[in-house]
Ligand binder design. Structure first.
Ligand code: GLC
Length: 734
């Protein structure tokens, strides 16, 4: 019997898809649109085999590096079902598979998209070896409100930087051939507008105008689609009351009709069914029909599609053509990631693929390039005269906290803490005393009352609330230098990690104040998934390093910076406020018709403590000769500047180009927009001229029909070390 076309690898994908689709029953089609979750059970629940054998499973969320179990399930799909369509296994590999890197907003602080590309290329190799061919990353959401814990997964508050970083991540994950055993399919999430929830509360509603959608939230997704992303995940939120999972404007009119996206869209967890909770769909059947007709192809976890669509098709409520198109998209991606030719993972590959020396070395490099030096009165790099260091605080020697909010297949034992890194770096040259001082997870224990409300459980033990001030103060007084390791626990960042305050948690402030009062120089290292409002900590510290959640090479990378072996070069991807009351706070907001004043009535500044793009290094750079040079022979004008290293150490400066259109009749534009940056490495005394052409869509915006427009007229242009800094040049674009 001849090989059916869909199994013939010599045939083009589209021909194979057409042939396979023509052979499928409606139930088999709906099985391809159904994704289920492999939880913590081991061995696998027996019902999985039954569901797979009946062709009811198109995909698994598979959170474990267990290729042998994965192959066991796959063998049923391929060898025991009528058509043998392979399952696609997906997982949340956000900032590393087994080699865990700094979180995304930290890597974005490197202003080096290639760093991101390399990190995700390593993550893809390790994940594919684990039997995963689809990752639910990159997260393309724009950071808009740091009370929302998921800013820890974003590439920051700027659409331009976020676009470059997310396109780079797609290239890293998918490589040139997503079917190779070193690459896999990316998934852009959460499409779209999830990142500005009311009150900063995860899962709450968002109100976004088309103008803001087009120019703030969509650019990063568009850039990543243009980079070839194979899948998209629709988001939990609604835009103007229409849930994103059933939003035809965003899912079809923009994603398909305008951007020509050919991959498939998966819902977020149970989001199809949740359109009923939104009060948008009447019941599961309504939810399934509205979602699939809007352009959401696969149903994550709710099973609404496979339970309710067949009857709706038979009753003439839902055209089978809609189902066919969704299945066509899913099959296309399965062909593109090589599942039909190679359905089984190589069960011997994982151990040799993970934690390779070059992966670990690179993870260390990522730490040095993503940790931001926010303040330094000269205490850093640590002087050779320092003999005694006291490392105080709950983040100083906690391996688990280094792994961040999505640890993939990461294991605690792989992490190098700051204490461990300092011991390796300084050895016997330094006497290091390590004092935890208080716990990390001192969150009030809550209890639920009869009426369903939750209150603090006063009776709950306070065992983890102790603070050991005397030991900390003793260590500080005996030291030449104190390093404080404080922050927010990773357990309250990421999904569901909404906070109404942005302080360091528990009794860390008490610990910090007692240590700072000892009068020794304090270097504070902040571990957090988001910027925190810690003005007193900053004021009392001689230096502040913002380390985010740095991954398994935390201690070694941070020690490279503290010792001066490597100079900091990172620049903030998200602005840092003084107080949570200023949030939402981001640099690229409108000018508005009236001055909002520099200070709130209760004395808090309206400006950020540190703006987007800010960061120090161990030398100083001078900007001079900043001007606009008109273009010749049809070439665009250029903004140029000379940058000189006027310090005594070499350093890397990230020179940034911002623009503002002074009058845009489509809609007012933000007071500054990043439209270019160049990282220049300069030795002491060395200078370089940087040039930014003002052509193409550097000055452009997207109108509400999705067209990129560049208006003639007056612009302000800055070449500057960070947002909201320096004088603007006036440029008249003709
Ligand atoms: C979660 C998250 C999403 C994740 C998915 C699968 O609810 O919102 O980011 O990829 O479910 O774990």
């Amino acid at each position: 019997m001849s090989t059916p076309c869909y199994k013939n690898s010599k045939q083009p994908f589209e021909k194979r898809i057409k042939d396979l689709l023509s052979r499928m029953t409606l139930e088999e089609k709906l099985g391809q649109l159904n994704q289920i979750y492999r939880g913590h059970e081991n061995p696998l629940p027996p019902e999985f085999a039954g569901q797979v054998r009946k062709g009811e499973v198109g995909s698994f969320i598979w959170g474990y590096a267990q290729p042998e179990l994965r192959n066991q399930i796959q063998r049923i799909a391929v060898e025991e079902t009528r058509l043998g369509i392979p399952i696609i296994f997906g997982n949340d590999i956000i900032h590393g598979a087994r080699t865990i890197f700094p979180i995304a907003p930290a890597l974005a602080c490197s202003f080096d998209p290639e760093l991101f590309e390399r990190a995700q290329s390593i993550a893809a190799k390790e994940a594919r070896a684990a039997g995963i061919e689809w990752v639910f990353a990159p997260m393309c959401d724009l950071a808009r409100d740091i009370r929302w814990g998921r800013v820890a997964e974003t590439c920051g508050e700027d659409p331009f930087l976020s676009s470059l970083c997310n396109a780079a991540q797609v290239r890293g994950f998918q490589g040139k051939d997503p079917s190779s055993n070193k690459n896999l399919a990316a998934c852009l999430k959460h499409y779209v507008g999830y990142s500005c929830p009311r009150g900063g509360r995860d899962y709450s509603d968002t109100e976004i105008t088309e103008w803001t959608l087009r120019n703030s939230h969509l650019p990063s997704f568009h850039a990543a689609i243009d980079a070839g992303a194979l899948t998209v995940m629709s988001s939990f939120n609604a835009i103007g009351g229409v849930p994103a999972v059933a939003n035809r404007h965003t899912l079809t009119e923009i994603l398909r009709d305008e951007w020509k996206f050919k991959g498939f869209v998966v819902s977020d967890w149970n989001a199809v069914k949740e359109t009923v909770s939104w009060g948008y769909a009447k019941d599961d059947a309504d939810a399934a029909r509205l979602s699939i007709c809007a352009g959401n192809d696969m149903d994550m976890l709710s099973t609404s599609y496979c339970r309710t669509i067949a009857k709706q098709v038979k009753d003439g409520l839902l055209p089978v053509a809609v189902v066919n198109e969704a299945v066509r998209r899913v099959l296309r991606v399965k062909f593109m990631v090589g599942l039909f030719e190679k359905p089984y993972a190589d069960e011997s590959a994982y151990e040799s693929a993970i934690l390779r020396p070059e992966h670990i070395e690179f993870a260390r490099d990522c730490v040095t390039k993503s940790t931001v030096l926010l303040k330094n009165d000269g205490v850093l790099p640590i002087s050779k005269k320092v003999r005694k260091i006291a490392l105080i605080g709950p983040f100083g020697d906690d391996q688990s906290e280094m792994l961040g909010c999505w640890q993939g297949f990461g294991e605690t034992k792989d992490a190098v803490t700051l204490a461990q890194g300092l011991k390796v770096k300084f050895g016997s040259k330094i006497s290091l005393t390590v004092v935890k001082g208080c716990s990390v997870q001192t969150q009030p224990r809550m209890k639920t009352l009869q009426d369903g409300s939750t209150v603090v459980d006063e009776s709950a033990g306070k065992d983890d609330d102790a603070v050991n001030l005397s030991e900390a103060v003793r260590a500080a007084k005996a030291a030449d230098l104190v390093i404080m390791a404080v922050g927010e626990p990773r357990g309250i960042t990421g999904e569901g990690g909404s906070r109404a305050t942005l302080t360091i948690t528990g009794r860390q402030q008490e610990l910090f104040d007692a240590v700072a009062a000892c009068g020794k120089p304090v270097v504070t290292v902040v571990f957090s998934g988001r910027p925190l409002s810690i003005p007193a900590v900053i004021e009392k510290s001689s230096a502040v390093l913002f380390a985010w959640q740095p991954g398994i090479q935390a201690g070694n990378g941070l020690s490279d910076l503290l010792s001066g072996d490597v100079a900091p070069s990172a620049r903030l991807s998200i602005s840092v406020p003084y107080e949570v009351g200023q949030v939402p706070l981001y640099y690229n907001h409108y000018v508005t018709g009236r001055r909002t004043g520099g200070v709130y009535r209760d004395g808090v500044p309206t400006a950020a403590r540190f703006w987007f793009g800010y960061g120090l290094t161990y030398t100083k750079f001078e900007y001079s000769d900043i001007k606009i040079v008109s273009g010749k022979k049809g070439k665009p004008a250029e903004a140029v500047a000379t940058i000189r290293n006027k310090g005594r150490r070499k350093g890397v400066e990230t020179v940034q180009l911002y623009i503002r259109q002074l009058a845009c009749n489509e809609a007012a534009r933000p007071m500054q927009e990043l439209r270019g940056f160049k990282r220049v490495a300069l030795k002491p005394g060395e200078s370089v001229k940087v040039r930014f052409p003002l052509g193409g869509d550097v000055l452009g915006y997207v109108d509400c029909k999705g067209r990129t427009c560049v208006d003639k007229g007056d612009f302000h242009v800055w070449i500057t070390p960070h947002a909201r800094c320096g004088e603007a040049l006036v440029y008249v674009h003709k």
